[in-house]
Design a protein around this ligand. Structure first.
Ligand code: SF4
Length: 508
């Protein structure tokens, strides 16, 4: 689509918000796009799945009209749309709206509502959690604004979400939308990239990670220090404090008194946060692991108590039937030594998903039957969230899922609340590296898992599918083994018994 003569289109909010809010990404995408890493495999996946959801919805709606116009002549497309509206075509696919200010909007559908005798703007999205996507709200706000010029009224909005539901949608209002467009247009024109603190969850999935995050790590930028949040970071930058060494010279009380942006107000950093930051800086500068308070193990467990199960799941977040699907339930039973991992792969569609859940529960039930209530150790709240979601989706079997919820044990808070480690994030991948765990695969991670699973379900032959599945199973097995390595390291810290005092363990 040639949109160079248009001031703004609905998709241009995306770089500001995806995969995280970042003003610098808007500037880099406009001024130095050649620095972006190749994410074509992921973009291709998103496009294909988006088209598939749209095609499925269109099939349910058919027949529909589509404006006819010469390729690239969007003004003619807007005319053709007007003609279809004038004759009250019931369903118009990809209508074109151009506002007098030069804003372009091409929503997926315009549906004539016979009750109100007005059109509804409907768009199809892959996302299911639509209110967590400000770019969707702004894009729909833009569509509403540009459609109003043609229709003569403000149309209602609807979204078809990734799980096939149709929902009425409240978008950003015209004022908000225009303000955001203006700020993006101004940002793009700046001669230099805006100052933007990095952050692991912010930069990890961004195409410019190598540009910003890796450079910030090299410079020991304070933005790579856990607990130095974006507001604290901006306040410290303002005082000329940009690296670990400079931050280490600032006293705890002085740091606590610094005011940083907090919503629409300014708020003190406070003593609790200042203490954490100071300990974190100490760990980073000395490359030591600091045990601030003694961590604990699962209830009733001592170092070396067995059996225990390591637990990790893999999600497909763009499933065409379910929105989000757990496609792999991974467990590793550890008796005196680890047994073979139990890796349960869900089948296709809703039936396959349900079968995967039931197979998993059957395995968990066997474990409880053999060993009683033993802990299932996982890293982050993700696993608990999805057990609860699957109970809602398909129900429980013999109360196994609820019993599992009672026996889940999240290792992340046990580490993050008690220890200060010389790493820029407390995510599993950083902690496992710190404890010396090594993976066999060069490429891995949540995004890799989604793309590789997509290749698996679209493989051209069984042989190809089996080869790809082997890679996925290796990845999940290594996640389980990494969780075990971190658990054993935590057991050693508990054994060393740093009771009631600050002790420092030198990282070997
Ligand atoms: S790597 Fe981080 S700071 Fe750089 S553009 Fe991406 S999100 Fe923004």
């Amino acid at each position: 689509m040639n949109n160079t003569k248009y001031v703004f289109t609905g998709s241009e909010f995306h770089p500001l918000y995806q995969p995280s809010l970042c003003f610098k990404r808007v500037w880099l995408a406009e001024n130095q796009p050649e620095l972006a890493a190749d994410d074509s495999a992921f973009q291709d996946l998103v496009l294909r799945r988006g088209k598939a959801i749209e095609a499925r919805h269109l099939e349910e709606l058919a027949p529909y009209h589509k404006p006819v116009y010469p390729e690239d002549d969007l003004a003619a497309g807007a005319e053709a749309t007007r003609a279809l509206i004038k004759c009250q075509a019931p369903i118009i696919y990809q209508p074109i709206f151009i506002s007098p200010a030069g804003f372009l909007g091409i929503p997926d559908l315009l549906i004539f509502d016979t009750d109100s005798e007005k059109y509804i703007v409907r768009d199809v999205k892959l996302a299911t959690n639509i209110y967590e996507h400000p770019e969707i709200s702004l894009q729909m706000g833009l569509y509403q604004m540009v459609a109003s010029h043609t229709l003569g009224y403000k149309p209602q909005l609807e979204l078809v979400t990734g799980d096939g539901q149709i929902q009425a949608f409240q978008a950003a209002d015209g004022e908000q939308t225009l303000a955001e467009i203006d700020s993006i247009l101004q940002l793009r024109k700046q001669t230099q990239a805006p100052l933007e603190p990095v952050g692991w969850s912010k930069c990890g999935p961004c195409v410019f990670k190598n540009v910003c995050w890796d450079t910030a790590l090299e410079k020991q930028d304070i933005a790579t220090v856990p607990y130095v949040d974006q507001g604290i970071c901006r306040a410290l930058y303002g005082l000329g404090i940009v690296n670990y060494t400079q931050l280490s010279t600032l006293g705890e009380n002085a740091l606590a008194d610094i005011k940083r942006p907090w919503g629409k107000q300014m708020r003190r950093v406070g003593l609790a946060a200042a203490r954490k930051i100071k300990l974190q800086i100490k760990a980073l500068l000395s490359n030591e692991q600091i045990v601030a308070t003694p961590p604990s193990l699962p209830p009733g467990y001592q170092p070396g108590t067995r059996p225990v199960v390591m637990f990790d799941i893999e999600n497909d977040v763009f499933d065409l039937d379910l929105g989000v699907k757990v496609y792999l339930w991974g467990c590793l039973l550890v008796e005196d030594t680890p047994t073979s991992p139990q890796l349960i792969v869900a089948g296709e569609g809703i039936d396959g998903d349900k079968q995967g859940w039931h197979d998993f529960l059957s395995y968990v039930n066997d474990i409880f039957h053999c060993y009683g209530d033993i802990p299932f150790v996982h890293y982050s709240p993700h696993e608990r969230t999805w057990i609860k979601n699957y109970i809602k989706r398909y129900g429980d079997v013999k109360d196994t899922a609820n019993r599992l919820l009672d026996n889940l044990w999240d290792m992340y808070p046990a580490i993050e609340k008690n220890l200060f480690l010389p790493i820029p994030s407390y995510g599993l991948k950083f902690v496992e590296e710190l404890v010396g765990f090594q993976r066999s695969q060069e490429e891995f991670g949540g995004l890799w898992s989604i793309i590789t699973y997509d290749q698996y379900i679209n493989a051209a032959s069984k042989k190809e599918a089996d080869t790809i599945l082997k890679e996925i199973l290796t990845y999940n097995s290594e996640d389980l083994l990494a969780t075990l390595a971190v658990y054993e390291w935590l057991e050693n810290i508990v054994s060393a018994g740093a009771v009631g005092r600050l002790s420092i363990h030198v990282h070997s």
